[in-house]
Design a protein around this ligand. Sequence first.
Ligand SMILES: [Zn+2]
Length: 337
Amino acid sequence: MNNLIKFIEGLPKAELHLHIEGSLEPELMFELAKRNNITLPFKDIESVKSAYKFNNLQEFLDIYYQGANVLRTEEDFCDLAMAYFYRAHRDNVVHTEIFFDPQTHTDRGIPFNVVMNGLLAGIAKAESELGMSVQLIMCFLRHLDEESAFATLRMAEPFLDKITGVGLDSSEVGNPPSKFRHVFAEARKKGLKLVAHAGEEGAASYIKEALDILGIDRIDHGNRITEDHLLLTKAARSAMALTMCPLSNQKLQVVPDLRNHPLPYLLRHGLRVTINSDDPAYFGGYVNDNYKALAKYCDLKADDFIEIARNSFLGSFLPDQTVSAYLDVLDKYVDSF
Ligand SMILES: [Zn+2]
């Protein structure tokens, strides 16, 4: 087991499901609150941590939006991003495709370009200092209406060459993918990749909608695809990638006991599953912690983790040539271990 843990830690990997706002650690939250003269509803770091007990997705989101309130300036967004890149780098993440939620910021008066310029400064630093490659996926908040998503897409217009794709996050149940069919069609026309959270708390029909109506290129979570075998077979045949997040599932009671996590089953059925950290500051672990949690609770061997790491590159939005280069690095690591 110890050997497997060491092997997992060193595996070169990509992270494909990470909300940058969800990487805001309580320590940085306090630092930014102080910098921006904001009074937090928590007296210290410990009371923030003890507030991180959630029974479902909504309870988490309520506190997540509160935390994001400390992000005000380009410098704040740059510091937030850099804190994540340093941390991911330690887990041997060599490529990452990060989500950001512009509406969380524009709705409280932070201009879109402040968010973008801050994140882009962080990305440039990660590329030059850490040698990581980074792509940006702009998420629409699904509890808001489609018109608000359209407004966000219009704000993103000057930055479209810096944004790889669009996604869909926030409260899933009651906000099916079809609610956003027009804005996703528009994003596709602009050459953007499409992803959506589906089948985390929502039924398998949400995954089906995301695939058939939105035409997504990758599924975020997708746990409940196990409930529709036809859909599962179809997704496996088209090498559809799933960005799964075990510790998030555990913390939000989607899969309270990780021994029942669907990832091993989906891996055996040929789905391109990947392991990711979702909102690591809130869910108790970065990407390697998620790999290790599955190593502990599920029957997965070194070969399975190699396949999962391979999937993380194959399921990325990198050009084929770059994917091949990363797979070579991965093979070299495996050979040398
Ligand atoms: Zn997520």
